[in-house]
Design a binder for this molecule. Sequence first.
Ligand SMILES: [Zn+2]
Length: 352
Amino acid sequence: MTTSSGTAAPATEPRVCVRYFDGRTSQPYAAELIPDATTLIVQLESGERRHFDWSSLTVLNGVGSVAAVLELPEEQRIELPNPEIPAWIQKATGKHWLDKVRHWEGSLRWIALSVVVISALVASFVLLVVPAAANWIAWALPESTLKETGDQVLQQLDSHLLSPSTLIQDRQQALERRYRQQLAPGVSYRLVFRNSPEIGANAIALPNQTIVVTDQLVDLADNDQEIMAVLAHETGHLAFRHSLRQAITGGITSIAMAMITGDIIDLGNALVGVVVSQKYSRDFEREADDYAFRLMTDQHIPHHYFSDILRKLANSEEDSKEDGNDTVRLSDFLQSHPPTAERIARFANAQS
Ligand SMILES: [Zn+2]
């Protein structure tokens, strides 16, 4: 408790009534701060004066209705009567910026800016961190989990939306053979066929390396290459584990819990939501289209088959709407993003 600092004594400043805690008991003492540039002088009611070196102080800024505090050695402290730090204390401690900080904290403009910054952080978490984490989790899951969840999703679809295919076995086998040879050589992707007036001409990629193909899609196509074009796109979703990543992105907390507890029911439910709504992100759709484009190039499948079937799906969609059918489900292949016209043009104009 010695002296320091060489600024002029602020003799004209008013005394400040404070509560002083001596660090030994929780009992506050009424006291006054005597303005002085050399030391902090605390005068108790008894008239006793205590001197503290300015450099031994820690100044805690007040916010809102919380008063400012001066922390002193040996657990001693002083509570000021309000959030503002008197100018002469700021000057003596070199904490001129405190007032500005207090002003910022109370300023609506700064609060608004904080909201914007926090929103940006949350948005970047949702848009960047969560998808990256979802991607990591999707590739960390063991094959057995993928199979189990995919089987579970197919079971749920079978009990609600799908019925056994009416295609003859030979037709189903011929399509699967062609698919394996052209689009999935050396991998264990498989096709299953189902009838479903409800979801119409459709193909759905499940996490268990399976693509559900509806009879309605087979009927709509004029040739097998058009079916292969749709399957090339769905194979892209399989290759990148899109359904799983989308489901995990949508429910990352419950999925994380599922991984920890080994309970995959939540994962299954999230996946049913993804495959039934068939709402992949724009990036995933573009990635599946890029994959299909490359696959068709590699396998010498003319790209116009892709745009041909896309046009037919778009037309059948329009016809259903004109018939007043509100229950039509948009095929994954016919997602509106990227725009259908843009996708048709890309594949129709390809040199193949
Ligand atoms: Zn898709």
